[in-house]
Structure formats: structure tokens, C-alpha cells
Design a protein around this ligand. Structure first.
Ligand SMILES: Nc1ncnc2c1ncn2[C@@H]1O[C@H](COP(=O)(O)OP(=O)(O)OP(=O)(O)O)[C@@H](O)[C@H]1O
Ligand SMILES: O=C(O)[C@H](O)[C@@H](O)[C@H](O)[C@H](O)CO
Length: 167
């Protein structure tokens, strides 16, 4: 059996991790893991209240995401994961999952992000947290297994760019 592969779609809130991740998973016939669903309830309440999470608060969540990835891999299933994975140290946690872990950073101009998070309905993440999201973000390093994909245009176009960038 070949090694399972995980594609983690990363970036700040509003970049389109859920939208693009779902579509990429469908194209590749893979499981989709929504990182936001694995946050402890207290984390979601804190974000909803407009208070950024600390590294310590993110750690149990990242371990849960990592464990969901490993579980799929243990069953021989590859995945696409939506997870902000903002810092290199957070990605280090995800990299300990079973299987190959690759990252796709969706790079979206700030003005576009602002517009999206301000107009999105039914999501816990307030637009006021965008500044701290952007301040926390550490782009992928040259030594990391991943690609940065500049996002412009509709979701379908972004999906094609992601698949092309992954090769
Ligand atoms: N390529 C795209 N073009 C236009 N709008 C998009 C695109 N991708 C996502 N959107 C829209 O932007 C908003 C944010 O997308 P989405 O919820 O997928 O982002 P996210 O990164 O998962 O956000 P969060 O981390 O805050 O959950 C949604 O309203 C979605 O419809
Ligand atoms: O690390 C974080 O600050 C959080 O995980 C956020 O990034 C959210 O999960 C998500 O992106 C919601 O908008």
C-alpha cells in the first residue's frame, strides 16, 4: 500500500480553506477534514468574543487535527485538511501525522480578506481578528513541503491553480 498523503490548505481566516479544500478533496476523491470542527468549545467561544488564541490554546486543537490525519492514514486514506496552520511551529505538529504532509498556502490580498470576512454570515470568526491572524502568519519556509498559491478570481480557478501547483 502506498503512503497516505495529506494536503493541508492553510492561511488566515477568510482565505478560502474550507471552500477550496472541499473542492480539492472532491476532485482528488479524498476525505476532507475541517480543522474548525476540531477546536475545543472554549477556543471557539474565545474567537467569537474577538480574543485571539494563544500558542498554548492552539496546541490541543492542532494535535486533534494531526490525530484525525493519522487516523485516516492508518486506514490507507489520503486527505485534504482545512487548517489555518499559521506558524511554522504549528505546522511542525501537523507534520508528525502519519503519511506525507504537504501544505498549500492560499495567499489572498488583505482587502479581499476584509471584504470576505465582513460579508460572511453564520461564521464564528469576527472580522476584528484579521489583524492578529495576519500578524501571526508565518509564510512557508523554503525547507517546508508546500506551495504558496496566489488567489485571484473564482473558486474554480483557485482549485485549478492549487492542483497545478501540487503537480
Ligand atoms: N476563490 C474564491 N473566490 C471568491 N470567494 C471565495 C473564494 N473562496 C472563498 N470565498 C468566499 O470567502 C469566504 C471565506 O471562505 P472560507 O469560509 O472557505 O474561508 P476559510 O479560510 O475556511 O475561513 P475560516 O478560516 O475563517 O473558516 C466565504 O464566504 C467564501 O464563499
Ligand atoms: O489558529 C487560529 O487562530 C484559528 O484556528 C483560526 O485560524 C480559525 O480556526 C479559523 O481560521 C476560523 O476563521
Amino acid at each position: 500500500m502506498s503512503e497516505a498523503e495529506h494536503i493541508v490548505v492553510m492561511g488566515v481566516s477568510g482565505t478560502g480553506k474550507t471552500t477550496i479544500g472541499r473542492l480539492v478533496a472532491r476532485k482528488l476523491h479524498r476525505d476532507f477534514i475541517e480543522g474548525d470542527d476540531l477546536h475545543p468549545t472554549a477556543n471557539v467561544a474565545q474567537m467569537r468574543a474577538g480574543v485571539p488564541l494563544t500558542d498554548a490554546e492552539r496546541l490541543p486543537w492542532l494535535r486533534r487535527v494531526r490525530d484525525a490525519m493519522s487516523e485516516a492514514a492508518a486506514d490507507g486514506r489520503s486527505t485534504v485538511v482545512a487548517c489555518s496552520a499559521l506558524r511554522a511551529s504549528y505546522r511542525d505538529v501537523l507534520r508528525t501525522a502519519e503519511g506525507r504532509v504537504r501544505f498549500v498556502h492560499l495567499a489572498v490580498p488583505r482587502a479581499v480578506l476584509e471584504h470576505r470576512v465582513e460579508h460572511r454570515e453564520g461564521h464564528f470568526m469576527p472580522a476584528s481578528l484579521l489583524d492578529s491572524q495576519l500578524a501571526t502568519l508565518e509564510p512557508l519556509g523554503a525547507d517546508e513541503d508546500g506551495v504558496e498559491v496566489p488567489v485571484s478570481g473564482r473558486a474554480g480557478l483557485t482549485v485549478r491553480s492549487v492542483l497545478a501547483a501540487l503537480g
